[in-house]
Design a protein around this ligand. Sequence first.
Ligand code: IMP
Ligand code: MG
Length: 175
Amino acid sequence: MAFQPQLKILISHDQIAKAINRLACEIERDYQGKHPLLIGVLKGSFVFMADLIRQLDLPLELDFVRLSSYGCARESSGKVRVVQGVKTPIKGRDVLVVEDIVDTGITISSLLDYLKRKKPASLKLCALADKPSRRRLPVPINYLGFTVPNRFIVGYGLDCDERFRNLPDIYVIED
Ligand code: IMP
Ligand code: MG
């Protein structure tokens, strides 16, 4: 039988929708007159990205990157590989990275370094969730949905060993 962890609701879909409206207002205000390139970090950010872009009244473009992940191990290995890079030319573009969660900061720091080397006009980060208690590298999050406690969360795109991405709300896995 499949492992059945206990899930406890942390953030409801209603709260997520309100946060996305707020983030969309901030992003629209800051990117007036620009046509930003939003880069989603697969797979975790795809649900967030889908809802966020439909609230943005901007002439935006999309691309995705895929990084090596650490499953449900709860610890970053410290080594991040870009498994699938961006196809869109980035030089001179206003790039906004869309990430699910910043934990130790190791994953997003290496992605930001990889993108910086491609010489964008600007590079900012929008994250659905931040788990600051475990940060190992400083990460400037320009647009943030929620600060979350030091627990493993799933749902709304976030997984544990590829499960629970389809849940509309965000849950904590009870130990
Ligand atoms: P970092 O490199 O430690 O910042 O890890 C960031 C990545 O680990 C995120 O992009 C997520 O894919 C994954 N991750 C970190 N914490 C969680 C969590 O609580 N739930 C699901 N995935 C997580
Ligand atoms: Mg991720």
